[in-house]
Design a protein around this ligand. Sequence first.
Ligand code: GLR
Ligand code: MG
Length: 429
Amino acid sequence: MTRDLTIAEVRLTPILVADPPLLNTQGVHQPYTPRLIVEIVTADGVTGLGETYGDTKYLEPARSLAERLTGRSVMDVNGLFGIDLAVDASRTDGGTDAGGLRGVQTADKLRLSVLSAFEVACLDAQGRALGLPVHALLGGKVRDAVEYSAYLFYKWDGHPAGIPAEPDDWGAALDPAGVVEQARLFQRRHGFGSFKLKGGVFPPEQEIAAVRALADAFPGHPLRLDPNGAWSVATSLKVAEELGDVLEYLEDPTLGTPAMAEVAAGTDVPLATNMCVTTFGEIKEAFTKDAVQVVLSDHHYWGGLRNTQRLAGICAAFGVGVSMHSNTHLGISLAAMTQVAATVPGLHHACDTHYPWQSEDVLTERIAFRAGRVDVSDAPGLGVELDRDELARLHRRWADDDGTLRDRDDAAAMRVADPAWRTPAMPRW
Ligand SMILES: O=C([O-])C(=O)C[C@H](O)[C@@H](O)C(=O)[O-]
Ligand SMILES: [Mg+2]
């Protein structure tokens, strides 16, 4: 067993990974999306892996942090969070993130989104060095498998003609029949039994019809609809009334805690969020106003796996449910999500994951879903191995890009197909 846990080297590799043309209220996914892979190497040659957003605003502080880690111990995770990590506030102040889909962007949230990848890499290195899975370092697993939901998207068959992109085999989904067909594919390929539709793309009546079609096709299965805050309070209440008998929860129907509280007061349908409660500072107002019934944590922007456990503890104390949000991510993050989810006692909803949409990964072996679940690995660390050739290939794609795709911008990607497209004003309906 190795013992010298001093950090000898930190490697950061920005990559671009293929992404299908998934539609959301802001626009459409770019054909390639940026991610950052973090490797922390100990003096004994153990390498821990982490993954986070790869846009420029994350890369800059990540580089600055990486430069300051050699000589510290991978055991010193509390110290990691104490490092004075400057982020460029002009990139965040008052705005939302590039997709506008993850709530307000603050300098601290950006800092935590960077730190999270380093925390995961430290935990992975600790686990590998000590011969323990990450869940053991987090207090131990309370389940052997973690359930995920099928993340359904309206989508085009392919990216606009003439631009470089990887083909996908999911087909188009632009109406209720297409959405049901996509759900059937998710069930056939991965066994998912719970379904979430990304809404806010078409007028609410069309999305209500799609959820109704899902309810008919999959009677009794948990269903969710998430328009990323595209609706007014009145529209949200109307949708809640029309779909109340089939929804497990409605996710971020409207923007901001006060508006969510108004909706919550007018319906029995539980409200979930990954937009109005995304930092510890936002919890008090939302919970005291009873604005949300389920918080969808995301270890990237909550600041890692230990903060995710803290969040789950606070939610439990307030009787608020907890589950997980997902953006485009690869297998390192799915492994991290699974390890922490395995340790959260009150996890009663299937977690979100984009992973089935990602045809490319940097792992030697893709993570498999079995009946919609990922088995919790008991192997040391996260239990995944890096495919260096694939990492190098995806990094070359990033290096060759002229900068167009290095910062995710769903509205810009939509303008390739529709030059008149502008980020819609909210509420859209
Ligand atoms: O609200 C959510 O669930 C998300 O933000 C998930 C993703 O960002 C999704 O909407 C996307 O990538 O288009
Ligand atoms: Mg959401």
